[in-house]
Design a protein around this ligand. Structure first.
Ligand code: GLA
Length: 375
């Protein structure tokens, strides 16, 4: 933090008045269910964006990141989309303005410890950091769920990515010591404690694939089509019996089968975790990966190798891809006493089998977007 403050003084010749921390996220189970009004079980991670800020007297947002000597300057009243990462802050600013919330200019410097393009939600973390900063400089009210949903709309409508609600919701509302089970039909959250004895390892495969992607949109529209054919508002309200009795075509049937079974797995995972049955929780994670690979078809070669490698290692209860899929990160649940050795073994074995440089990141659940006090 001291470093960020120093950088801020160098850039603006003035001290910041505040600072925000906004975490990335990893989803333990419940993939491609959020845009079907289903259940997800993510947590905030100990990798985050930190943003130091100060209000300005004019109508500009001036943002510096890391070592880049050139700022991104956004005219907060302009509706011309900017190019590059500035589109995320601009989208949040525009949505505040559009919704009648106060906006004002600010200076900011931020840094990130979330590997970019890894599927660990660095863009949601940035959006929420900007939303928290704007709220602080205008002395507005901070309602984490409401702000997350504004950021989702900013990403859908301004950035043009048809993401669901999971990333922004967990980034804003994550709690320490627990995974959050979120019901994406009403945005309610329920903490699933992660007691001692078990550790989450994030297994970044060292491969990237953008989300602005026709595959993601295709999955969404196939799910919508399946729900229309089944006569339900969304796949959340469909059952396997309904699917079996329907005339839904093979592709939509497999997509729907994933979503319906995944929702059941999320609830079962919560029960297993609550009773400390980690081998059952791990088994459900493996079943989730297989369903994503075979029925939803969103895995990729690096992710399959990573899961395969992890499942061979002593102490690993289960592993699966996390996030949108295709590339990026997996997640594993590991017995605490084996965690260090497991991380090293997975790293080495993956390098032998796949031509990419992995990053194994242990993480406890971390707190959602918050002001750091005192700066
Ligand atoms: C991405 C999206 C989320 C969610 C996941 C898949 O991370 O941003 O809304 O749909 O993919 O579970």
């Amino acid at each position: 933090m001291a470093q960020l403050q120093e950088l801020f003084v160098q850039r603006f010749d003035n001290a910041p008045v505040g600072s925000v921390i906004s975490p990335g996220r990893v989803n333990l189970i419940g993939e491609h269910t959020d845009y079907n009004d289903g259940f997800v079980s993510p947590m905030g991670i100990e990798r985050h964006i930190e943003m130091a800020f100060r209000p300005r007297e004019d109508r500009r947002a001036v943002l510096y990141t890391g070592a880049d000597p050139n700022p991104f300057v956004i005219d907060i009243d302009s509706v011309d989309p900017v190019h590059g990462w500035g589109i995320y802050p601009q989208g949040v600013i525009r949505h505040f303005a559009q919704d009648g919330l106060e906006v004002r200019g600010f200076d900011a410097v931020f840094s990130s410890t979330i590997p970019s393009g890894s599927g660990l939600s660095s863009s949601a973390a940035l959006e929420l950091a900007v939303a928290r900063t704007l709220t602080a400089v205008t002395e507005g009210e901070w309602d984490a769920t409401d702000m997350a949903l504004r950021c989702v709309r900013a990403e859908n409508e301004w950035v043009g990515v048809a993401c669901g609600v999971m990333d922004q919701l967990i980034c804003a509302t994550a709690v320490e010591r627990a995974v959050s089970r979120i019901d994406c039909a009403d945005y309610s959250t329920y903490p699933v404690e992660l007691p001692g004895g078990v550790v989450v390892l994030i297994l970044h495969s060292g491969t990237k694939r953008g989300l602005v992607d026709s595959e993601y949109n295709e999955r969404r529209s196939t799910c919508e089509r399946a729900s229309v054919e089944l006569g339900v508002k969304s796949l959340r309200y469909a059952t396997m019996d309904m699917l079996d009795a329907s005339g839904v075509d093979d592709l939509a049937r497999r997509r729907a089968r994933h979503v319906i079974s995944e929702n059941d797995r999320v609830l079962a995972w919560g029960r297993a975790a609550a009773s400390g049955d980690w081998s059952e929780a791990g088994r459900l994670m493996v079943a989730s990966h297989e369903s994503l690979r075979d029925d939803f078809e969103v895995s990729g070669p690096a992710l399959d190798v990573m899961v395969d490698v992890a499942l061979d290692v002593e102490g690993v209860h289960g592993a699966r891809l996390t996030g949108a899929g295709f590339a990026g990160a997996c997640v594993a649940l590991v017995a605490e006493e084996h965690a260090d050795k497991a991380a090293a073994t997975i790293d080495a074995a993956y390098r032998q089998r796949y031509d990419a440089v992995p990053q194994i990141i242990p993480s406890r659940p971390a707190k959602g977007t918050h002001l750091v006090d005192p700066i």
